[in-house]
Design a protein around this ligand. Structure first.
Ligand code: IPE
Ligand code: IPE
Ligand code: MG
Length: 254
């Protein structure tokens, strides 16, 4: 099943950057009569599987939405459980990341994280910094509006100090002030568990991403589901505002 799907993928037309909203851990657990944290715990298995799947395929960037700014408002017990799980996972996974040449990045409001989590994360960032394979971007305490407000503030300061002139600000300038400045925009965005929304994730960067929604809950999401999403992506015509005819001519000429 898995190998039949992977064989159909066109390796020359892979999305350079895949972003995933890993949703449905809580419901997955509740459906099994378990605590929500049990779902988060099992969600880690999916993270391992999908990171490995992306590395094997040769995907350049994988961004995983692990915790949003709004998620801080969840019950304290869930937030603390998630933080502990996160730190523990990152600590344990560093050797595997290094073995697979994966470089870890983090986007989000690190100031909000407890000291122990920040420390652990910084160490993992340092320890994987020389890797040149898959770039794994964890969105932690991240929200797009937080990021945009931050960018605008920083641009304001740089205008005030004379570092940039307001009339020179263009899309590239704004892009450089986002926490994703070193990454290309996601081409494929996947959300699991049947919700059809963006939930404050990469609002600016997803401008032309193909969106893929699946009912599969995150703890059940595996490589075969990833392959299905990539195949669906490859079946679409990305027009970027042009006509279908223009796009077809461009591909014939290329
Ligand atoms: C996603 O699963 C993980 C986080 C937001 C941390 P949820 O915890 O949102 O699970 P549901 O959506 O309540 O099922
Ligand atoms: C989005 O999921 C955030 C993450 C997956 C980390 P949520 O479960 O928090 O989003 P809403 O509340 O359903 O919009
Ligand atoms: Mg959710």
């Amino acid at each position: 099943m898995e190998s039949a799907l992977i064989a159909q993928i066109d390796k020359n037309r892979l999305p350079k950057h895949i972003a995933i909203i890993m949703d449905g851990n809580g419901r997955w657990a509740e459906e099994k009569g378990q605590e929500r944290l049990y779902g988060h715990f099992h969600g880690v298995e999916s993270v391992r599987n999908i990171v490995e799947g992306c590395a094997e395929l040769g995907i350049g960037y994988l961004t995983l939405y692990a915790f949003s700014t709004e998620n801080w408002d969840r019950p304290v017990q869930e937030v603390e459980g998630l933080m502990a799980l996160l730190v523990d996972t990152i600590r344990k996974e560093v050797p595997t990341l290094n073995k697979n040449n994966i470089r870890l990045h983090v986007i989000g409001d690190m100031q909000m994280l407890p000291e122990f989590a920040r420390k652990e994360l910084n160490e993992a960032l340092e320890m994987t910094a020389v890797n040149t394979g898959l770039n794994l971007v964890m969105a932690l305490s991240y929200s797009s509006r937080w990021e945009l407000v931050n960018a605008v503030k920083q641009i304001g300061l740089d205008v005030q100090s004379g570092k940039i002139a307001p009339e020179t600000i263009d899309q590239d300038t704004l892009q450089q002030y986002l926490s994703t400045s070193q990454f290309p925009d996601p081409e494929l965005m996947i959300r699991t568990s049947g919700e059809y929304r963006i939930s404050n994730f990469l609002l600016y960067q997803l401008a032309y991403a193909e969106l893929y929604f699946t009912n599969t809950r995150w703890p059940d999401f595996r490589k075969e589901h990833l392959y299905e999403a990539i195949l669906d992506f490859q079946s679409r015509e990305r027009r970027f505002g042009k006509t279908g005819e223009q796009i077809q001519n461009e591909t014939t000429l290329a």
